[in-house]
Write a protein that binds this ligand. Structure first.
Ligand code: GDP
Ligand code: IMO
Ligand code: MG
Length: 426
């Protein structure tokens, strides 16, 4: 069976973890293809909540093989802590395989992430400060250390020497920060972390292809989202990898013809953490209500997420960029009890109407949303299991999104729990 991709269609936190977990019940391999522990994917099973950063959201089933693909950046200490957390809660992580080609996040990446954010002042990106951007920058500059380097002390030390020399010069001379100790880093990575990580390291490209050849189901789990994509997002307010579906090919080592299904995850409204343009952002009482009801605080960083109305201009763009075959619409329950609900169907800028996301950054910052306003619904949706359980106004809202996006909505989320969803079209 070809692969299914799960991709965020907004600015992250759409509920990818929940959907990945839901779909993983029919999958053999669940592969993370990009990002690192800037991600926070929450899964709620029988009232118990699991917040995952690096380990794929399929890990909770005993029949899946969780894989960290080559496109991911890995802090081995974070990975081991996540394994320990899961093991302590009865989840077996022994099947986890980590690509030897994935790049390592090193202590100096955190330092540089923090220092560059500080230096940017009011123009800061609002990164997660996890060293993600600097780690991908080293990958692109071809001076990164990879997971496989943990297996070869000589190569690891050679590369580390070059990197530490350069980073310490930058930290001291550009950012006025203290130098990092090369021997401490070497000891931590080679003697404390490598012995536990080594058995997990593997050739994940072969693993993925063997599964494809055996006709097994594979899922490729994206982190972040379409509008945080380095190429297609609201640059520079983006992450440093490619969450869009194309990134799933590069980040796992398969070609586009091996992907048969692309599930775009979208909240029934929109949130964003960190800086950057957000045309449908709301404030005041409505913002507080959405944040409270939707518990819109970062899974890892605890930061309050900025909320706004649904934006189908972005969703249409996401459908194009990812070849979406379907949309899973999450958190519809959060919108209950509002008198009316709004959907942004176009933008106005300089007296003109736009039906597409403008490519020009300065225009993105000043577009004004054009809304369609629909009747709300008062019912609590959290117990809904079938289409008939959804009030007519809620169904209309979903159908409105579906028709503007031009892609069917297959699932509607009505609560954080694994079972809290309704099958919509299909
Ligand atoms: P991800 O990063 O895309 O995996 O999303 P997060 O886990 O960071 O944020 C989504 C939050 O919404 C989590 O706390 C989920 O448990 C929760 N969630 C997911 N789907 C639904 C839903 O349909 N309704 C409600 N109320 N919460 C949901
Ligand atoms: P999941 O997978 C929401 C945002 C940060 C910042 C920008 C760059 O849980 O959806 P980075 O640390 O990646 O260099 O930060 O991207 N960001 C996320 N926002 N959800 C995420 O992941 C995010 N990962 C990064 O807030 O604006
Ligand atoms: Mg998240």
């Amino acid at each position: 069976m070809p692969a299914t991709v799960v991709v965020g269609t907004q600015w992250g936190d759409e509920g990818k973890g929940k959907l990945t977990d839901l779909l993983a019940k029919d999958m053999r391999l669940v592969v993370r293809y990009q990002g690192g522990h800037n991600a926070g994917h929450t899964i709620v099973v029988d009232g118990e909540s699991f917040a995952l950063q690096l380990i794929p959201s399929g890990v909770l089933y005993s029949h899946t093989v969780p894989v960290i693909g080559n496109g991911v950046v890995v802090d081995p200490a974070v990975l081991l802590a996540e394994c320990d957390m899961l093991e302590s809660r009865g989840v077996d992580t022994s099947r986890l395989v980590v690509s030897g080609n994935a790049h390592l996040i090193m202590p100096y990446h955190y330092e540089i992430d923090r220092a560059t954010e500080r230096a940017l002042g009011k123009n800061k990106l609002g990164t997660t400060k996890r060293g993600i951007g600097p780690a991908y920058a080293d990958k692109a500059a071809r001076i990164g250390l990879r997971v496989q380097d943990l297996l070869d002390e000589k190569i690891f030390l050679e590369k580390l020497d070059v990197a530490v020399r350069e980073k310490n010069a930058v930290l001291a001379k550009v950012y006025n920060r203290l130098a990092l100790d090369r021997d401490e880093i070497a000891d931590l990575y080679l003697h404390q972390l490598a012995p536990r990580i080594s058995p997990m390291i593997g050739d994940t490209v072969s693993l993925v292809h063997e599964a494809l050849e055996a006709g097994e189901n594979l899922m490729l789990e994206g982190a972040q989202a379409t509008f945080l994509d380095l190429d297609h997002g609201t640059y520079p307010f983006v992450t440093s990898s490619n969450p869009t579906a194309g990134g799933a090919c590069v980040g796992t080592g398969i070609g586009p013809r091996d992907i048969s299904r692309v599930v775009g995850i979208s909240k029934a409204y929109v949130t964003r953490v960190g800086s950057g343009p957000f045309p449908t952002e709301v404030d005041g009482e409505l913002a507080d209500l959405l944040v409270d009801r939707g518990r819109e605080y970062g899974t890892n960083t605890g930061r309050r997420r900025r909320p706004g109305w649904m934006d189908v201009v972005m969703l249409r763009q996401a459908a194009r960029l990812n070849s979406l075959s379907e949309i899973a619409l999450t958190k519809l329950d959060v919108l209950s009890e509002l008198e009316t609900v709004k959907v942004c169907v176009g933008y106005r800028v300089d007296g003109e109407r736009l039906s597409r996301v403008p490519y020009h950054q300065s225009v993105q910052h000043r577009v004004e949303p054009i809304y369609e306003e629909l009747p709300g619904w008062q019912d609590d949706l959290s117990g809904a299991t079938t289409l008939e359980d959804l009030p007519k106004a809620a169904r209309n809202y979903v159908e409105c999104i579906e028709s503007h996006a031009g892609v069917p909505v297959s699932y509607v989320g009505v609560g954080p729990g694994r079972e809290q969803y309704v099958r919509f079209s299909q």
